[in-house]
Write a protein that binds this ligand. Sequence first.
Ligand SMILES: [Zn+2]
Length: 266
Amino acid sequence: MSIETTDVVILKQTPFGETSRIITLLSRDFGLLRGVAKGVRQQSSRLARFLEPLTEVELVLYYYTDRDLHLISKSSELNPFHQLRSNPLRLAHSLVIVEHVLRLLPPEDPSPQIYELLVESLRLLDEGAVNERFVLLAFRVKLLHLLGIAPRLEGCITCGKKLTSRVNIFFPSQGGFICEECPPPWREGRMTERLGERALRVRREVIALLNQLSKGDIVSFGGKTPGGGLLSEAGRLLGFHTNYHLGVNIRSERFLKEAREAYGEK
Ligand SMILES: [Zn+2]
């Protein structure tokens, strides 16, 4: 056991025993992990208020190398992200981000870059200057890159030619696009036949947007938020790809749709 101090984002709490909670968090130095916070469901607990989901805190941790449950000893607040939690639409988008972290990251595999991406995305949602759908899309693209499972967007995966058609065909099984001049990934027939559930038609502008997002930072786009149609199409491609490669369907997407309907689309 060692005593460690690290920055973390609180992701989730679940009751544990009579008075305690298990806190799931993403830490800068140890990755995704779970820790017990003893006595935090008692009125007198001073630790409780520093363990609210969607806050960034500095934590002192009893870290056990031979266990997957650690002990949280002390905590102090770094970023409370108050605005984010008081706005339903921003909150809904942050919860989808949190679900991505909880379901796509392997436990205790530290990545300071993924940690920074999470904090930066929550900060942007908290400030509210950038459209929340755009923040979420950028987060998803960058996360897949950092996890090493991003779709290939730079050209046809068979011949390498630039994707110049107005609409291009994405194959999740191949992790990228195949142009109409190359043979499809089945034995006979033309590319456009039998696409069905196995492929997705994607506009050129969507590929350009995803490419740009994977390279630049979100703020450099300034106020120029792409239209809702482009964002939806880009989101669909990422969802399709993530589902195929990791077998993960992000459940909170449905909740997000309801939140958008209830609280208005920008
Ligand atoms: Zn090709």
